[in-house]
Design a protein around this ligand. Sequence first.
Ligand SMILES: [Zn+2]
Length: 320
Amino acid sequence: MTSQPLTYTANALDRATLLRGDTAHVQTLLTGGAARIVLMWNLRHLIDDAPRLQTLSFAAIAGAYDPTASTLVFLGLQDNTPWFALGLPNSEAPPALDIPGAFTALDYRALNEVVALLPGEDASILAYARAMILWHHNHRHCGRCGAKTAITESGHSSTCVNPACAHRTFPRTDPVVIALITRGDKQLGEVCLLGRQAAWPPGMYSCIAGFVEPGETLENAVRREAAEETGVIIGESVGDVRYVASQPWPFPASIMLGFQAAATSAAISRNDLELEDCRWFTKDELRAFGERNAAGPGFKLPNRYAIARLLIDGWLVDRF
Ligand SMILES: [Zn+2]
């Protein structure tokens, strides 16, 4: 059973939203000597051998920081310490930092490669920093008029530089519903519905998930995804789709919204062929599943740090 807080949900920073508009003050926080700066370079972050997130001072990054080519975001405060995220331009050679002992490209690690080893607070700050920088990288031009955009509000908005337009946009997160679908079976007892995509490690099964569409409720997104991917019908009553928990998922810009859903049908039909396989499992069958990275054949669970695992583990101990 999962007892640790869900991965990416332990962000200890005060987002200090009221400071964001005071860019002169935020600039003094950046250069005042106390700032801790989280780097992102080639989609990777500085991680030390512990492994822990390695932050840098402004003095260390000043030479590599070109405001016209870099993405700087004020993340917030931890006690009185200001935190920033700095996205540097992609390049073959690592950025030149002004600190003793040069970092090599190997010191920059992909978040999803190290997340299982990182303390929860570090992973959560990285999820926040990564999502903010990626959003800016993917919104360099105005969606309304096509002109370039400029970073505003200390990184928490982006504004079109065309004065006749001046359209302002805000960092987005894309909602994804993920559901543990259950049913009472006459012969088997309580069973849950898990599926697998062809790209996943052999034997791994997980909960049913998909993006919420505009104009759709979260509950109906669960019902639609279940019908498309598995052919299973979810009940129409209010309590048939119940919210459990959420998890930021910055790959690149999602928030996973976890539900338990009650099925009213059993027959499986992989209508959109997104899943390679889909089955009902009993609790005893699930308890015999191996870990995702376990060697050998057999069924495997999703990663311990994914919300799918929290949903499965919670169901196994009757928490829901
Ligand atoms: Zn514009």
